[in-house]
Design a binder for this molecule. Structure first.
Ligand SMILES: [Zn+2]
Length: 183
């Protein structure tokens, strides 16, 4: 007897037995935890907060007011930048916590190996949740395309430590070899 999905009950049970068990769940979970890319939705408020942070000590009153008004933050009586800043910063922390981030496994992007001097960087689209791979330098035929899995501004010791603890490998990229040899 066939069901609506076109599978016999026997095949359906076999597929369910294969998919819905702890072993497959662990593999799937491992695949996502190790390989998924985090997607950060960026809103206009994020962009304004970024702009605010980049201004460091010279906070702009119009920008603070703009954020407060667009997000309907309680600013009764607070008219100066000094008074508005704590409200916006508190809101910013809340926004970070509430911000819905997603993860995705992208077939090509997630196959890329790591280098501490990557030749590409990946960027999440703001609108359609796709991932773009953007070249950081000239890429020649047969060059391997590599991304950086970590903050590559760290020194060689800390980069290797971070990569080993999270991705279980000891980095031997050209930069790590160069920098470890010069120590
Ligand atoms: Zn390296």
């Amino acid at each position: 007897m066939m069901n609506v999905s076109g599978l016999s009950e026997e095949n359906k049970t076999a597929i369910e037995d294969y998919l819905f068990n702890v072993h497959v769940y662990r593999q799937l979970n491992g695949l996502i935890l190790r390989n998924a890319s985090t997607l950060h939705p960026i809103t206009d408020v994020h962009l304004m907060l970024q702009q605010l942070v980049s201004q460091k000590d010279t906070f702009s009153l119009p920008l603070l007011k703009q954020i407060c008004q667009s997000e309907k933050l309680p600013i009764v009586g607070a008219k100066s930048a000094d008074a508005l800043l704590p409200i916006v910063l508190q809101y910013s922390q809340k926004l970070q916590r509430l911000c819905v981030t997603g993860t995705g496994v992208f077939a090509i992007h997630n196959c890329m190996n790591h280098s501490c001097e990557p030749n590409v960087v990946t960027m999440c689209s703001r609108t359609d949740r796709s991932v773009r791979v953007v070249a950081l330098k000239d890429i020649h035929k047969d060059d391997e395309i590599c991304i950086s899995y970590i903050d590559d501004a760290m020194d060689v010791r800390n980069r290797r430590k971070a990569l080993y603890s999270k991705y279980l490998f000891f980095c031997k990229c050209p930069r790590c070899i160069r920098e470890s040899a010069s120590k």
